[in-house]
Design a binder for this molecule. Structure first.
Ligand code: NDP
Length: 252
């Protein structure tokens, strides 16, 4: 089909840049009405108008996902204005590698608050809508952005990698719980993707490691991961890819 996601309502967190932004555009191009969520309102407005110009439909909700009341209000708004979501791309995340002994406790907490706690609360806020949609429309998707860091060992990435191991394992468990209700759950584990993610890194050693990696290989583009997200959501409802690892060809 030209528009396999027509009739579907997709919520994308972390949609103001990188993977989330590209995935929102991709899901809209496949026919879904897309709700784009992040803190930077101007970036979301820009994306909404770009999607509109390309013939798609999008709604921006400005929210900090670490704020539980804001997450709850966002879910209520999706329910009221669009009749509920049948796809959640739970993607907002932050990566702050640094030697464990030297890194600021604030950076450990920031990664845990967003990648673990907020991701869990966003899931909690939207799962009732997904379950209902699966019952009524025969399909719903919960897709999370984990990372290859959930599987491989990268020195100085201990806290980040542990948050992503949580995302992968949480997704696998939820799949077993929600699959029988018709909700597919998939964890996408990208290798390195060129986005704003790297720009937040403060540790000099980690910055050098990233710069060397960028020299040594061609990183993935956000669109490469977005393509995977669109693919997962377009599969026949009986098919659930539980975990998808998307690597740059040159990354070991
Ligand atoms: P970006 O930094 O480009 O995007 C992160 C997004 O999350 C932004 O839209 C940001 O928007 C949003 N965000 C951050 N904090 C909050 C918050 N408190 N509330 C709401 N939104 C928030 O990075 P990526 O696109 O690379 O990252 C997306 C996901 O992909 C992350 O989970 C990351 O861990 C994962 N990943 C990335 C890889 C890479 O190499 N780039 C590799 C593997 C996984 P705003 O600031 O406007 O709120």
């Amino acid at each position: 089909a030209v528009a396999p996601l027509r009739g579907r309502v997709a919520v994308v967190t972390g949609a103001s840049s990188g993977i989330g932004e590209a995935a929102a555009a991709r899901l809209a191009s496949l026919g879904a009405r897309v709700v784009v969520l992040a803190r930077r309102a101007e970036r979301l407005d820009e994306l909404v108008s770009r999607i509109g110009k390309d013939g798609g439909s999008a709604l921006a909700i400005t929210a900090d996902v670490t704020d539980r009341a804001a997450v709850r209000a966002a879910a209520d708004r999706v329910e009221a204005e669009l009749g509920g979501a049948d796809l959640l791309f739970n993607n907002a995340g932050v990566m702050l590698p640094a030697p464990f002994e030297e890194s600021a406790a604030g950076q450990w907490q920031q990664q845990i608050d967003l990648n673990v706690t907020a991701l869990t609360h966003v899931t909690g806020a939207f799962v009732p809508q997904l379950v209902r949609a699966a019952g009524e429309r025969g399909v719903a998707d919960l897709i999370t952005t984990s990372s290859i860091a959930a599987q491989n060992i990268f020195p100085t990435f201990a806290v980040y990698s542990a948050t992503k191991a949580y995302v992968t394992h949480f997704s696998r468990h939820l799949r077993a719980e929600l699959g029988p209700k018709g909700v597919r759950v998939a964890a996408v584990e990208p290798g390195i993707v060129g986005t704003e993610l790297q720009s937040h890194v403060t540790d000099e050693g980690a910055r050098e490691w990233l710069a060397g990696s960028k020299e040594a290989m061609e990183w993935l583009a956000p669109e490469d991961v977005a393509e995977t997200v669109g693919f997962l959501a377009s599969l026949p409802p009986r098919v659930n890819l539980q975990q998808v690892t998307v690597m740059p060809t040159g990354q070991t």
